[in-house]
Structure formats: C-alpha cells, structure tokens
Design a protein around this ligand. Structure first.
Ligand SMILES: [Mn+2]
Length: 357
C-alpha cells in the first residue's frame, strides 16, 4: 500500500478511518477482538485501545478480548497482570453473532480465530498478506512499526480519553515492538511514543520490562548456546523443547548480536510445533518471504523485512521426527543463502565445568 495514501484519509474532507471502523461494527450487538496466537505487547495494547474506543462509541455493548494460545513471555505476563488486561480464552467464547475485529494479524487458513469466519474488520501492520475478501473494514499499513500506533490514531481522531493505564499499555506495545535493531519504525510511531510517554506510568513500564525469570529460561539459553552453529555469516541455533514459544524469538534476537553474522535462525519445539525465528541485519532481506519459502509445503511463516517467525506441525515429538524436519529446514535455509552445510562449526567449544566450590 502506498504510504502517502494514508495521509489523505486524515484530511477533513474524507471520512476518518476510525469513523469507518466504528460504522462497520455498529450494527452488531457484541464485539470480539482477536489477534495472533501467543499475543505480544503490541497486540495486547491494540486490543485494549480498541476496547476503549468501541466502548466510548457504544457504551454498554460487550467487547471481549480473546486469547488463543498463551501469554508466553514473562514481560507479557507482567503487562497483563499489572495493566489488568481482561482476556477470555478463545475456547470459551461463542463468536456467533459478533462483530470480529482481527488486530495485529490477518486472516489465514492456518489461523484458528477466523477459521471459516470472515472477520468484520482487520487492523494490522504486517507485510505478509492474508485473505481479505469480504472483510468490511481493512486498515493494513505495512510501513507502520506497530498496530498500537494505528489504534492511538483512532483514539485521538475520536477524542477518546486515554487514561494512564491505556497510555502505559500503548507506550509499551509500540516501544517493545520497535526497540530492536535494526529499527523498523516510522515518524508516526515516534510521534505516538512522544505523545504517550508523559501520560504513561514509567514505574509500571520498568516493572514490565524486568520481570523475574524461571530456571527454564536459563536452561533454554544453555541449550541454544551449546547447539549454535556458524556457517559463513549465518548462525543457526537449536533451542530444544522450549518452556514457552516466545523464547525462540528472544534467542534469535540474542544471536543476531554476534559480530560475525548477518543472519540468525533459532529453532525450537513447542507443543506439536517446530517454531522458527529469523533475523537479519540488512535492509531488504525480506525475512518474511525467505522464511515462507523455507517452510513451503510444511507449515506457515510471515513477518517483516528483518524479523520473521514461522511454525511447522510435527507428526510427533520423537527425536527422529524433530531431527528430520530440522535437517530439511536447515538445508533449505543454507541453500537459499548459497552456503555449504559442510562448513558449519560450533559457536562455542564445550565449556569446562568447574567443581562446586
Ligand atoms: Mn505488531
């Protein structure tokens, strides 16, 4: 989508995006806000902002935030707890007769929230296209760094009060989404952060950023470090069976900082899935497209230019099934980057274990 086309919608002659969204869901008695599985802070904050917007427009109408999967990262659990984000498991919600607003995601065949149901509205910023036929309201801006930036724009267009709790959620939603390096953000995201910062609770943000971590977190890093292999300017790490799915992305973020690589791929098993997370250090890497090629015929993937994630369903969790799939994915990845598997070497030699002092 042409980013300049976005600007014209804010001009007073044309209807505002937020007016169109509110109009699209106005006829429905209930609204369900859904997002991708294992929602991240941007998805959580966007849903909280839209709930506020919709309740302001039609007070008394129920607006539910549904959760598919889990709140995985300790930071995200802290966010949900401290900001009291009300979530209902998707399995206990009847979506019949509701307007469904899909946030920070797009409808795909592999995405249960919309299985067989066309959402009423889709608000997202990911590049990976979804199935949008029949969707009444679509606002997809791949150039914007966070969906929360779009939601804040709606709230301000409609002059909705953004209280401290919501400002804190939106600030953290945007900041956590765009604070990686290389940075994928626009001036709109920066303006949103500037507006939100003085209205947010900085002490709560600090608490959300620094939660206590379980032993399994460190064990996963140990496994990932011991099973990290370097091929030219690429690092591939196998994280084993992970305690929660988001840690695979965290490991990819960790390894892309290695000064001898430009690509980092982290792979782990969660439930019946092999999850992958890819990072690149260059503009124009098209990580989302590359990862989609890698999992073609096996699973699904998507994301941004420098960051992408994907998942492959496993026939079972046996070491043989995992190893077979790992080998296919690794071969496809290295072949695509023109690298030879045989040149792989471990990142670290086995480290000596000192006796207990
Ligand atoms: Mn997002």
């Amino acid at each position: 989508m042409d980013p300049k086309a976005e600007v014209s919608s804010t001009d007073s002659a044309s209807p505002k995006r937020s007016d169109q969204l509110l109009e699209a869901v106005r006829g429905e008695r209930r609204v369900v806000l859904a997002t991708h599985p294992n929602p991240d802070p941007d998805a959580l904050a966007s849903m909280l902002g839209l709930k506020t917007l919709l309740e302001h427009d039609q007070p008394g109408r129920p607006v539910r935030l549904v959760l598919e999967g889990m709140i995985a990262r300790a930071e995200n659990q802290m966010m949900v707890e401290l900001l009291r984000i009300p979530l209902t498991p998707i399995t206990s919600v009847s979506i019949e007769g509701c307007a469904i607003v899909l946030v920070d995601a797009q409808p795909r065949d592999t995405m249960p929230p919309c299985l067989g149901i066309v959402p009423t509205a889709v608000i997202d910023h990911h590049e990976t296209p979804g199935r949008l036929e029949g969707v009444r309201f679509v606002d997809i801006r791949p150039h914007v760094g966070a969906t929360s930036t779009i939601v804040l724009e709606y709230l301000r267009e409609q002059a909705v009060n953004v209280d401290r709790r919501l400002a804190t959620a939106l600030f953290y939603g945007i900041d956590s989404e765009i604070s990686g390096y290389p940075r994928e953000a626009t001036a709109d995201d920066d303006r949103a952060l500037e507006w939100l910062f003085p209205r947010s609770d900085r002490d709560l943000i600090a608490q959300i950023r620094h939660p206590r971590l379980p032993r399994s977190y460190f064990a996963t890093f140990q496994h990932a470090l011991a099973n990290a292999f370097v091929y030219g300017d690429v690092i591939v790490s196998y994280c084993g069976v992970v305690p929660q799915p988001d840690i695979i992305a965290e490991i990819a973020d960790f390894f892309i900082r290695f000064d001898q690589v430009d690509w980092a791929l982290a792979i782990g098993v969660t439930g019946e899935l092999l999850k992958l997370s890819l990072r690149s250090d260059h503009m124009g890497s098209h990580c989302g497209d590359l990862l989609r090629e890698m999992v073609q015929g096996l699973g699904s993937a998507g994301g941004h230019d420098k960051r992408a994630g994907g998942a492959i369903p496993l026939p079972d969790r046996s070491p043989q099934a995992v190893e077979r799939m790992l080998r296919i994915v690794r071969q496809r990845f290295l072949a695509r980057l023109g690298l030879d598997e045989a040149q792989g070497r471990r990142l670290l030699a086995t480290s000596p274990v000192v006796p207990v002092p």
